[in-house]
Design a protein around this ligand. Structure first.
Ligand code: ADP
Ligand code: MG
Length: 499
């Protein structure tokens, strides 16, 4: 192992400047072939945070060629050794937690204390977990004919294209690259326009440990950099997290090429609070589930909270009081709980949904917390969290994914009615139910249409728990051993005739 030599850079502006204009291809930090860049904006101030390299088709081609060449060697590195190198990535990343947290706070507007540092600190877990799974890349022997030895081998698919979003860029990237690398694939990542720097830095750190070309990362626009990556003939697999709309475009191209895709798309996750629930725990669950500290920018956000009539008013009051205690402000300030919305497009989208909700007859919008008063943040993309009361499950705010700090508290009377309403959604990513009754909990666990159902808790993605949705929330799972085997290897059958 080469010894890590990069030192942490704690000033995120300085680090963004250092990373500006760079792609990581074949182990080297290089400019885009065109020399062009695009602006990355600090959403808390509206100021330019840096200039990311504008990767396009020529850069995609270079990265895929580098990956393909590296993969031919990487696949023959013994699995245990690949796993050890991936675990070494975890150690290298651990030395950069503070730096990566500050950088992701700068580019995404996520508060350092509540979100960004946390993302940076749990990043290493994913690499440690998958690094340890290398010995599990086992095949089987198959009883076929006594004179023949028949067995299966788990082989890598080749070059994997990983397209990632901006909300938890490093963590969602890790869920893709860690299992892909352990399984013997090489990876080309395409970062999100809004958040290219932290992902690039994390890959640069890992490249101190990994052989050159095994892990490459490009920044650029979706249609001009992401699309050519999907279409490249040497890319054998795409793993994507993002919007339903883009997921469909990617799946179409993948269908033409006949390559497998994993899609982690949107959600409109129901949270059901039964009349017998521990109300304070449910309120805490809604705080975490709705990711108010991440401006609600989560695919699993508890954006439809169904509350039984008997506790509806008390729940709404308690939740409002809790969200009111959160402080909005400068993402890099340790006192801040809630930062800024990532981009002007998202900001407008969120405000538009708040308008639509507020104009719905019978609706009441409870705005929580308070706008920041610091004049430096006057141009920042801050939105007060909103709890809607009086909307029903048919309203646009309850049906469409907002990806902002907006949730609906929907009153229900009857268990059958709430299960039907919870399932009456295009999406099926996550669901929770809050009850003390075991029979209700088990029944709901069976009947809720979601990739993960939790009772009386609302954990976020955990290594070892398969994660991924049904319906328009996507296809395929991440974060587990099975996800590595199913999505990053193919099973080859070998028959040896010993007669
Ligand atoms: P949003 O724009 O709502 O944040 P997207 O799904 O468009 O969500 O973006 C997620 C990722 O997909 C980003 O890295 C983006 O650049 C990429 N992307 C967008 N359009 C395409 C496309 N046509 N082909 C491949 N990747 C794309
Ligand atoms: Mg887009």
């Amino acid at each position: 192992m080469r010894s890590p030599s990069l030192s942490p850079v704690l000033d995120p502006q300085a680090l963004a400047a250092e990373l500006s204009g760079k792609l990581l291809i074949g182990g080297a930090m290089v400019p885009a072939r065109s020399g062009r860049t695009f602006e990355v904006i600090d959403p808390a101030t509206g100021e330019v945070a840096g200039h990311a390299a504008l990767g396009e088709a020529a850069d995609v081609a270079a990265a895929v060629e580098a990956a393909a060449a590296a993969q031919r060697r990487w696949r023959d590195v013994p699995a245990r050794e690949r796993g050890r190198l991936v675990a070494d990535c975890a150690r290298a990343l651990s030395a950069h937690v503070e730096e990566l947290g500050r950088l992701v706070a700068l580019e995404t507007g996520k508060a350092l204390r509540t979100e960004s540092r946390l993302e940076a600190s749990i990043l290493a877990d994913v690499f440690t977990f998958f690094g340890g799974l290398a010995p599990e890349l086992k095949g089987e022997t198959v009883p076929f004919d006594p004179k023949m030895l028949t067995l299966t081998l788990r082989e890598p698919v080749g070059v994997v294209g990983a397209i990632i979003p901006w909300n938890v860029p490093m963590m969602l990237m890790a869920l893709k690259i860690a299992p892909a690398l352990v399984a013997g694939n090489a990876v080309v990542v395409k970062s999100a326009e809004e958040a290219p720097f932290a992902a690039l830095r994390a890959c640069q750190i890992m490249n101190q440990v990994l052989p050159a070309g095994v892990l490459n990362i490009l920044s650029g626009m979706g249609p001009d950099c992401g699309a050519p990556l999907v279409a490249h003939p040497k890319v054998a697999k795409i793993t994507f997290t993002g919007s339903v709309e883009t997921g469909r475009i990617i799946a179409r191209t993948a269908a033409d090429k006949l390559i497998p895709v994993t899609l982690e798309l949107g959600g409109k996750s129901p949270m059901i609070v039964m009349g017998d629930a521990d109300l304070d725990r449910a309120v805490d669950g809604a705080m975490i589930g709705m990711r108010f500290t991440r401006q609600g920018q989560s695919c699993t956000a508890a954006s439809r909270i169904f509350v039984h009539d008997s506790v509806h008013d008390a729940f709404a009051e308690k939740l409002k009081a809790k969200v009111d205690t959160l402080r909005m402000g400068d993402p890099l300030d340790e006192a801040t709980d809630i930062g800024a919305i990532v981009s002007p497009e998202q900001f407008e989208k969120v405000r538009n949904y708040i308008r639509i909700g507020a104009e719905t007859p019978g609706a009441r919008a409870l705005a929580c917390s308070a706008m920041p008063s610091d004049p430096r943040l006057a141009k920042g993309l801050f939105v007060q969290p909103v709890l809607f009361l009086g909307l029903d499950n048919d309203s646009r705010v309850a049906r469409e994914e907002i990806f902002g700090p907006v949730t609906c508290i929907i009153r229900f009377h009857d268990y059958e009615e709430v299960i039907a309403a919870a399932n009456d959604s295009e999406y099926g990513l996550a669901a929770t139910i809050w009850t003390r009754d075991l029979k209700t909990a088990l029944d709901a666990a069976h009947r809720l249409e979601a990739g993960i159902v939790q009772v009386n808790q609302n954990l976020v993605v955990q290594p070892n728990l398969s994660y991924g949705g049904v319906k328009s929330s996507g296809m395929g799972k991440e974060a587990s051993l099975e996800s590595m085997l199913e999505h990053f290897t193919h099973k080859k059958t070998v028959v040896l005739n010993m007669a």
